[in-house]
Design a protein around this ligand. Structure first.
Ligand code: ADP
Ligand code: MG
Length: 247
């Protein structure tokens, strides 16, 4: 397997807290891979390390064959690897279209983009992606006027503005009602199949994982506990114990 994302022995501590310890994982181009683990097991920390929010203390992170562990968020984003957040980060006072415009690639966008007229190409791409996630009719509404689930869809569309090769999604279904969850999962699958975007997804809902991921990694106490097909992971006694022990 040639990996699009290859993490080797990645470790990260915060003061005395070892958040990630010697983690290795691989995601092949075109895959949808899950990342699970009890609260505090280090999932978000690993995403932050991969996406460039903070450097790792030791180990290696390669994306498309290139070492990226020494790069920062904008440089990694430019290479086609982006993350979304557990807490939605949209601008409530801006319209959906404005949110989309400021999400256009860092090199020609950033905050300055909202003070300019959108280029026709940006407008077209923003509209087509809002259509893709089912928000085209709401494109002129402010972000804050959307339901929480719709905000998640907007955030996903904003990430797609960058035409990523790979997305790291941190609990995309958290707080969304079951009806919208199915819609979101459908969009994630279509982004994978039709846009060719590789996905690494943090998700607690095992039913969601079974439907989405071809492989799952499970973290516990900052370390990799298990890796396998969803059906194997679901029945893995170590995984079950880790979740039971966490409550
Ligand atoms: P998860 O996403 O699996 O719930 P996190 O990666 O958020 O877990 O947290 C793992 C551990 O690292 C926790 O003990 C958390 O308190 C700690 N941690 C995470 N980020 C920071 C930070 N920026 N500063 C200090 N401690 C942190
Ligand atoms: Mg987290």
């Amino acid at each position: 397997m040639t990996s699009l994302l290859q993490v080797r022995d990645a470790s990260k501590s915060f003061g005395g807290v070892v958040a990630n310890k010697g983690i290795s994982l691989d995601v092949a181009s075109g895959e949808i891979v899950g990342l699970i683990g009890p609260n505090g097991s280090g999932k978000t920390t690993l995403f932050n390390s991969i996406a460039g929010t903070h450097p790792i203390d030791a180990g290696s992170i390669r994306f498309a064959g290139e070492e990226i562990s020494n790069l920062r968020v904008p440089q990694i984003a430019r290479r086609g690897l982006l993350r979304t957040f557990q807490q939605t980060r949209i601008y409530g006072r801006m319209t959906c279209m404005q949110n989309m415009a400021i999400s256009a690639p860092h090199r020609d966008g950033g905050f300055a983009a909202i003070f300019r007229r959108f280029g026709p190409e940006t407008t077209e791409r923003a509209e087509s992606l809002l259509e893709f996630v089912g928000l085209y009719q709401k494109r002129k509404l402010r972000g804050g006027e959307l339901s929480f689930g719709q905000q998640k869809l907007l955030e996903f569309a904003m990430a797609l503005m960058n035409q990523p090769k790979m997305l790291l999604l941190d609990e995309p279904t958290a707080g969304i009602n079951p009806t919208l969850i199915n819609g979101l999962l459908d969009r994630l699958r279509r982004a994978n199949e039709e846009l060719g975007i590789t996905l690494l997804v943090i998700e607690h809902n095992m039913r969601v994982m079974m439907n989405l991921a071809s492989r799952i990694y499970c973290l516990a106490h900052g370390e990799l506990l298990a890796e396998g097909a969803p059906s194997d992971i679901q029945n893995d006694q170590r995984v079950i114990d880790a979740y039971l022990g966490a409550h």
